[in-house]
Design a protein around this ligand. Structure first.
Ligand code: AMP
Length: 494
């Protein structure tokens, strides 16, 4: 089986990664991966953290970890210390690949946590090229390759483990479905600790011998500028909403330039959250591109996609991708035209790290993965109806657990009780709203809560709205009635 490491070596000195004025070739990547791999082999641990900004260091670091036959655990740049600590401890990370081009605050957080946890850092820039870089060897398909954290309906995030085999199956399915070639150039603006940014964009590009251009940060005007040089673009709906807003603020000349920039592209993809039809239509009016919508999940990779050629029906996420089997199962347990999306596929994860009970619970007795999302099949086209659990929120493309945020908020000295709900929002998809009951004689504003939470939660998990209540609405069993809370945030007077 050809692995990604073997595959990139076939692309020779063609350009692989770009950032600003810098371009790195596939040869540069392979040489750096070999050097990092040699440095990592010294350490006995199996799980290696990766904290690098978008750019060469990230790509070389990821491939270097695989060259050492170890598992990569990408760390979000936006994680505050407690979230980093959880990822390192739960992920049993014994060494971190770091990049000194991190922003100052990211660099300081990495140094602080590594020191506190006595975890060595291997800096990408310090790994001297080997005299004669060895041929990078393939790992076996069963070997763990990547651990990504995902929020679930129980407490802390779970570590989703993908093997080299499941990653390769995802790459093959997507490159086939979306017609990737070595002539493609993709503009990368998504986080590099999520499956969308890592697999759909970076790994598919590297497999195909394409060029992946990173933007250091998401700045809409820069995205519009750089689109002119791309053939592919993939993003979450929030990114498209922000690009539309930036376009609308431009003068006539800028708008004409932006429209022209979109002409070079052959495909633009949206996913990771529901794409409102209004956004799809606005985007089409501006750029002439009808966004291709796809559906997927950290545990399964991508499962459903509208076609590359042929009709893309508004509000639908198309059909199963190559090599992926999908069925819809009614509450009765009988497959039909509507119900929970269940998946069988070589793209599936192997396990939740150190959580065999959760892994077992995620599958039906006949071996299908339960996504927790509902859909309807209309003449062979799947339409997503929503999630089964109201405690899973999607904000800006990120999957967030209401329970995880509630657990953190309960540690605030003024808070007696709290509940988190998601409320529809034009830019973010869902907005995180907190209903809070305070201890007697306490007060709390949204600003105070947000300031306090920023040291404990990643920015996208911090509530955007706060309501102080006398008591939370509960049913006879004492369970918080979240639909009632949600309507409180939705009502104009509430
Ligand atoms: P994640 O594991 O973070 O990629 O989140 C996966 C979840 O995102 C799925 O279980 C869905 O709830 C949601 N999702 C992904 N793609 C779509 C889509 N095209 N439409 C609606 N929801 C989506």
């Amino acid at each position: 089986m050809v692995s990604l490491l073997t595959q990139i070596q076939t692309h020779g000195d063609r350009p692989a990664l770009r950032l600003g004025p810098h371009t790195w070739s596939y040869g540069d990547l392979a040489a750096a991966a070999a050097a990092i791999g040699a440095a990592l082999r010294v350490y006995p641990c199996q799980n290696i953290g990766l904290m690098a900004p978008p750019g060469f260091g990230y790509g070389a670091g990821l491939l270097g970890i695989w060259a050492a036959a170890k598992m990569a655990v990408p760390l979000a740049l936006s994680y505050p210390l407690p979230e980093l600590e959880y990822a390192l401890n739960h992920g049993e990370v014994g060494c971190i690949v770091g990049d000194r081009t991190l922003a100052t605050d990211e660099y300081e957080r990495l140094q602080a946590i590594a020191q506190e946890q006595s975890i060595p850092i291997v800096w990408v820039g310090d790994c001297r090229p080997l005299e004669a870089p060895p041929t990078l060897e393939s790992s076996s398909p069963e070997q763990p390759a990547l651990m990504l954290f995902t929020s679930g309906t129980t407490g802390k995030p779970k570590g989703v483990v993908h093997t080299h085999g499941s990653l390769r199956a995802q790459i093959l399915s997507l490159t086939e479905a979306w017609g990737w070639t070595g002539g493609d150039r993709i503009l990368h603006v998504l986080p590099l600790h999520h499956i969308h940014g890592i697999v759909n964009i970076l790994l598919c590009a590297l497999w195909s011998g394409a060029v992946c251009e990173f933007l250091p940060r998401f700045v809409p005007s820069q995205v519009w500028e750089r689109l002119a040089d791309a053939t592919l673009f993939m993003a979450v709906p929030t990114v498209y909403v922000k690009l539309i807003a930036a376009y609308q603020q431009g003068d006539a000349a800028t708008q004409a330039r932006d429209r022209a920039a979109a002409q070079s592209l052959r495909l633009m993809v949206s996913g990771s959250a529901a794409l409102p039809v209004s956004v799809l239509e606005q985007w089409q009016a501006i750029t002439g591109h009808r966004l291709l919508e796809r559906y997927g999940m950290t545990e399964i990779g991508m499962a459903l996609s509208q076609p590359l050629g042929g009709d893309r029906i508004s509000g639908s996420v198309g059909q199963p991708l190559p090599h992926v089997s999908v069925r819809l199962v009614e509450d009765t347990g009988i497959p039909g035209n509507e119900g929970e999306i269940q998946v069988q596929s070589p793209t599936l994860f192997s396990e939740y790290w150190r959580n065999p009970a959760a892994t077992a619970a995620a599958f039906t007795t006949d071996g299908w993965f339960r996504t927790g999302d509902r859909a309807r099949d209309e003449h062979g086209q799947f339409h997503i109806l929503g999630r089964i659990s109201q405690d899973i929120l999607k904000t800006g493309g990120y999957k967030v657990s209401a329970l995880e945020i509630e657990e953190v908020l309960r540690t605030h000295p003024a808070i007696a009780e709290c509940a988190i709900v998601g409320v529809p929002h034009a830019t973010w998809g869902e907005k995180i709203c907190a209903a809070v009951v305070l201890h007697p004689q306490q007060n709390l504003t949204l600003l105070e809560l947000r300031r306090w939470a920023k040291d404990l939660l990643a920015p996208y998990k911090i509530p955007m709205e706060l309501k102080l209540l006398e008591h939370l609405p509960r049913n006879a069993l004492g369970k918080v009635v979240k639909p009632q809370l949600r309507s409180l945030f939705l009502s104009p007077s509430g």
